[in-house]
Every structure is written in C-alpha cells, then in structure tokens.
Design a protein around this ligand. Structure first.
Ligand code: PMP
Length: 323
C-alpha cells in the first residue's frame, strides 16, 4: 500500500469497475472511477497540469490570484492545487450548479461569483466572458480550460494511457461528454493513436449543439439542460469534435434516472454528467450485434448532487420523477 507525501500525488491512477448488474447487451461496459480523485472529479487532473504549465511558462507567478470559469469541478480541482501552492482562487460559475459545489468551494477558501446560466457566449454575464473580464481588470491569471492545451495534455498523458493499460489494449469504444472538450480530445487522440478503429462516442445532453453537429453536420441553436458540466452552446478552442464518430442526445430524465439506477444496482454514486455518459454508453452497448469492450467515465461524485438528482422533491419539481 502506497503512502503519499501530499494529496496532489493521489490524483489519477483511478480504478476501473465492470458494470455487472445492468443489461449491457452483448457488450462489456467498464467505468473509470474519476470520482475517486481527491477533489472528487476528473478535473483534478487538468487542475494540476494547467497550473504547472502556467508556472513553467512564467504566466503564473507567486502570489498571483488564479481565476477560472467552471461548472464547479475544475474549480474544486484548482482549489486543491491553489491551497497547496499558496495562490488565492476566484471562481466564476453559472447559477444552475449545485449548492454543494458552491459550499465545497467556499469551504476550501475560494471566492465564488455566481452568474446567469441563461445567457450564451458573448453576453457580458456569461461565466466565461465574466472571468476573462475580471482577469483583465484585476491582473489575475485566467486558467481558461476551454482554450488551455494543458487540459488536453493531462488526458493525453495520463487518463488515455491508464484506460489503454487497464483494458490491456483490447478496447472497441470510449464514450464521453464535452464540457471543455479536454477528455474527448486528449483521451480520444491517445486511444486512436493506439488503434484507429476505436469508436469515440459523444454523450450529449438534449439541447446542446454538439450531437446534431456530430450525427447530421447540423448547426442548431442551443437550448437548456440540467446536467452539469457537459453540453455546449459553442465549440471550445481545444475541442477536436471531429474525433467523435457517433453521438447520442440524452434527456435530463434519462441521464438522472441512469445515475440513480447505477447507485442502486452497482453501488457507484455519480453526478449528473456521468448519468448522461452511462445512459449513452448503455444505448451504444445494447445496439451492438457483436461483443464489444466499452469504457466510459464516472466523471464526479454524486455526493455533490444530493440536493438535486438524488432528491425526490427536487426531481418532482423539475418534472423528472417517473409516475
Ligand atoms: N463532467 C463533469 C461533472 C464536468 O465538470 C466536466 C467538465 N466541465 C465534464 C464532465 C466534461 O469534461 P471535459 O471538460 O473534459 O469536456
């Protein structure tokens, strides 16, 4: 048993578990448990790589304030890194994100600004535009996971190789969502380099612009959805969306109920984006006519959604409970 010198060393090398009590058709479906990172999500990986890349490039100097636009998990990863390296942290997040994430960030010493969820890129109150403006006005270091190559690098160098090794080089498909596009681009490029035939499958919330683009090369207006951390109203700079060769649009209802089913049947408690990913992965698996080995991600812990998808009153108020 390894003893770690600090919590940052515990990021990555996450376990993988087979889905064994839910119908996966002729396929084997494996979940990589990114919820077991010390900050509770896959975003711990990019927090370390983006901060260290900025330090090495001389863009982030001792004492500078770090600012980031995030659905919350990148903020929580950055809070771990900022605390251990002594940087003050400012977080800008849309107001639809769970109270647990906001409280968790504040408890870790971050300052949190919540802004509108109902505006899109280009609007002054859009979370990313707000973070960029605050950085410029105050001389903060804006991490910008949506345009930061170190986000992709983290997944190309760690998550991708771990998946390949855990699957012992025998993998047919990988299913993921796009928030910043770091996982799709980093893991996708790595896996395709090992085997060009691997299916890269996008799991997208209904209302996002990505699924129509991947499946039908169609440009649509963005709608709204409740899943947190995935789905887009624009294509992030670092996102190589052409890597995805198939996509599924998943409703909030399907995604949230899949997360609940996973907890009850498999004992794994994940958040709303993972519900979307697993719902898409199950659809992919059940559509296959031959046995395939499929991997998807448990992106973050479900503990931060106890007031939402695991709460019957909240689910009923959103019209998401089944009759
Ligand atoms: N799931 C959750 C819970 C997230 O917070 C994010 C990132 N916002 C993602 C998935 C998407 O990952 P990526 O940014 O690498 O596309």
């Amino acid at each position: 048993m390894r003893v770690y010198q600090n919590v940052l060393e515990m990021i990555g090398e996450t376990p993988m578990v087979k889905v064994s009590h839910i119908d996966t058709g002729p396929c084997e479906l494996y979940l990589k448990l990114e919820n077991l990172n010390p900050g509770g999500s896959i975003k711990d990986r990019i927090a370390v790589s983006m901060i260290e890349a900025a330090e090495q490039a001389g863009k982030l100097k001792p004492g500078m304030t770090i600012i980031e636009a995030t659905a919350g998990n990148t903020g929580l990863g950055l809070a771990l890194v900022a605390a251990s390296k002594g940087y003050p942290l400012q977080i800008v997040m849309p107001d639809k994100m769970s109270a647990e994430k906001v409280n968790n960030l504040k408890a870790m010493g971050a300052e949190v600004v919540q802004t509108r969820s109902d505006v899109q890129k280009g609007h002054p109150e859009y979370y990313q535009d707000m973070a960029a403006r605050m950085a410029q006005e105050n001389g903060y270091f804006y991490v910008n996971q949506f345009a930061n190559e170190a986000n992709v690098t983290a997944h190309y160098e760690t998550t991708g190789p771990e998946i390949w090794q855990q699957m012992q080089g025998d993998l047919d498909a990988f299913v993921c969502g796009v928030g910043s596009g770091g996982t799709l681009t980093g893991i996708g490029r790595y896996l395709r380099k090992q085997n060009t035939a691997i299916d890269l499958v996008l799991a997208d919330p209904e209302g996002s612009i990505l699924e129509p683009l991947v499946n039908r090369n169609e440009t649509v207006e963005a709608g709204s959805w409740l899943a947190e951390g995935i789905g887009e109203d624009f294509i992030p700079d670092i996102c190589d969306i052409k890597l995805a060769n198939k996509a599924y649009a998943v409703s909030d209802k399907e995604g949230f109920h899949t997360a609940r089913e996973l907890l009850v049947k498999e004992g794994v408690m994940v958040g709303s984006s993972s519900g979307t990913l697993i719902a898409a992965a199950l659809r992919y698996c059940r559509e296959q006519t031959e046995a395939k080995r499929v991997v998807t991600l448990a992106c973050d812990t479900g503990n931060r959604y106890l007031s939402k998808l695991y709460n019957d009153e909240w689910m009923a108020a959103q019209n998401l409970l089944e009759e």
